[in-house]
Design a protein around this ligand. Structure first.
Ligand code: HMG
Ligand code: MG
Length: 308
């Protein structure tokens, strides 16, 4: 299989952690409900391709996201090595109870930076979402779980338009204060451009947030995800969310399309000589297999180029 020619560039990390969201962000957005055995095989193949952090599913209300209503069943069938982290989305205490019952070790709560998306995605106001998260995170930490915090609509909102950077910083800070060890900055509808990424990371650092605790989560609607990611790496971020094949979207934000494709990210990082631990050939084979299961071509340009 073709590989990128290697050439290092200054100002970039030696190593990047890829936080794979395909099984959760990808499959939550599929019209068809994927069989639980196929989901399990997808996760196993991703782990075999070298991904060490795989967000597997969500313990949200099953009526809100029927695609992932089989979360407990999926986790019961997975037998991942201890070296693979398998976080799940949890919005509230009911979700936490279900996650604890399933034996998870890491959860992710997901906040909105805007009022409208908080209502649409969580049936809450901006403040009410924290009333839901506070006891959830307290109990999760007391149970020894690690908690990641997402912030959605960091760079633009389909209903409210521009999102003031101060509003995003405030929500992110509140998640950090709750005890989230990692904060993932979501471009839910894929509209960000690199100047915004620099501005947000700078403002967060000025507000006392450690850049080492940040992750970036770009959807690729406007084709900016890879440029935005490289920009974030130059700013000191070393954790990047992406989805195999470029699957993804949010059922509660119609203009959201797929995430940055993991293969496109790995191609770039391999070319830059940045270690990820991912075997691109195995990953491409996984996305080709998954696209056959879903009956549609993969969005990833690298998968198209290498498997075409
Ligand atoms: P609600 O209807 O307001 O819930 O939904 P409620 O608290 O009023 O409870 C109503 C009933 O639901 C109760 O049952 C609860 O027990 C039950 P009843 O007493 O009527 O029999 N219930 C639950 N059952 C199972 N699991 C649960 C749960 N919670 C309550 N966890 C709620 C509020 C937060 C639950 C709902 O809005 C929800 O599930 N939202 C999730 C939406 C979602 O998953 N969106 C996609 C993920 S976010 C995303 O993709 C963005 C991200 O990728 C980053 C980015 O791109 O920006 C992360
Ligand atoms: Mg997302």
């Amino acid at each position: 299989m073709r590989k990128p020619q290697r050439s290092k560039a200054d100002g970039l990390p030696e190593q990047v952690t890829i936080y794979e969201v395909g099984p959760r962000d990808g499959l939550q957005n599929e019209d068809a409900i994927v069989d639980v055995a196929v989901k399990a095989e997808f996760v196993r193949r991703l782990a075999d391709a070298g991904l060490t952090t795989i967000e597997t599913t969500s313990f949200v209300h099953p009526k809100w996201v029927p695609q992932l209503a089989d979360a407990a069943e999926l986790l019961a069938t997975l037998d991942l090595p201890d070296s693979v982290r398998a976080p799940v989305l949890v919005p509230n205490e009911r979700g936490l109870d279900r996650a604890l019952e399933a034996g998870v070790r890491e959860i992710a709560i997901f906040a909105s930076a805007t009022e409208t998306f908080a209502k649409k995605n969580l049936n809450s106001t901006l403040d009410e979402q924290f009333a839901m998260f506070t006891p959830t995170v307290e109990r999760a930490l007391a149970s020894g779980l690690a908690v990641r915090g997402y912030v959605s609509m960091c760079y633009g909102d389909p209903w409210e338009g521009d999102v003031p950077v101060g509003q995003v910083v405030e929500v992110t800070r509140r998640l950090a204060d709750l005890g989230c060890h990692e904060l993932s900055l979501g471009d839910t509808i894929g509209v960000a451009t690199p100047g915004q990424v620099i501005e947000l990371i700078d403002e967060l650092q000025q507000a006392g947030v450690d850049v080492g605790s940040l992750a970036v989560h770009f959807h690729d609607t406007y084709g900016q995800a890879l440029a935005n990611t490289l920009t974030a790496l130059r700013e000191g971020v070393t954790t990047v969310d992406s989805s195999a094949g470029g699957l993804g979207g949010c059922p509660y934000a119609e203009s959201a399309t797929g995430n940055l494709a993991t293969e496109d990210l790995v191609w770039q990082l391999d070319g830059l000589g940045i270690t990820t631990g991912v075997d691109l050939e195995k990953l491409v084979a996984t996305s080709v297999w998954m696209s056959q299961q879903l009956g549609k071509p993969p969005a990833s340009r690298v998968v198209q180029a290498l498997a075409g």
